[in-house]
Design a binder for this molecule. Structure first.
Ligand code: SF4
Ligand code: SF4
Length: 189
């Protein structure tokens, strides 16, 4: 693995920002690569998780925000559970994703941001995931409401999709979590 770091980009303090946002001390990583060995999307991406950590250690700048791994990552936290130093790599990637959107440095593959928005909007509204609404808004936002519509009856029949919204969630607490997250985002903390 050859890692090239742009000198100018290395001055942007990306590592410090990511450490602040994720609460991770990146200096703990000693490149054992256990995270990468367990990552289900490592082979599909430009840089597996251990390499992302290494790039940050070496002072990578905004070019790292254009890495496709940050949009391929499933947030499954396998990397975190395998790391002998308990480095929450998923949280590091989450921070990179947030910074990528904030700095508008890269266009993610597909409609990941739209999917994130529609899924989170449903959780914010109902306190839980409401797949039907999220999917409809996702398809509508992508300009293709009828895409995959033929699968809907089978999913209903097999109980994979509910028509009615979920009930029984603690909506008040969930709304407070969203509000607090928004405040953190605005204050940059
Ligand atoms: S498993 Fe942990 S220590 Fe090993 S390379 Fe990944 S982040 Fe670094
Ligand atoms: S959280 Fe992301 S980086 Fe970590 S193992 Fe899962 S897909 Fe890979």
């Amino acid at each position: 693995m050859t890692i090239k770091i742009k000198k100018q980009a290395a001055e942007t303090g990306l590592r410090r920002k990511v450490e602040e946002m994720s609460g991770v001390d990146l200096s703990l990583c000693y490149q054992c690569k256990k995270c990468t060995c367990g990552c289900p999307v490592a082979k599909l991406s430009q840089s597996p998780p251990s390499e992302i950590v290494r790039r940050l250690q070496l002072g990578a700048g905004n070019e790292l925000l254009e890495n496709d791994h940050i949009w391929l990552c499933l947030s499954c936290e396998t990397c975190y559970s395998r790391c002998p130093m308990q480095i929450n790599v998923a949280s590091v990637i989450d921070a990179l994703r947030t910074l990528s959107l904030a700095r508008k440095t890269s266009l993610p593959r597909g409609n990941s941001p739209l999917f994130n928005r529609t899924f989170l909007k449903a959780v914010e509204t109902y306190g839980r995931s409401y797949d039907l609404l999220a999917i409809m808004q996702y398809k509508l936002g992508g300009g293709n409401l009828t895409q995959d519509v033929e699968k809907f009856p089978t999913m209903l029949k097999k109980g994979k999709m509910a028509i009615l919204p979920p009930s029984g969630a603690d909506k008040k607490t969930v709304k407070q979590i969203f509000k607090k997250t928004q405040q953190h985002r605005v204050s940059g903390k």
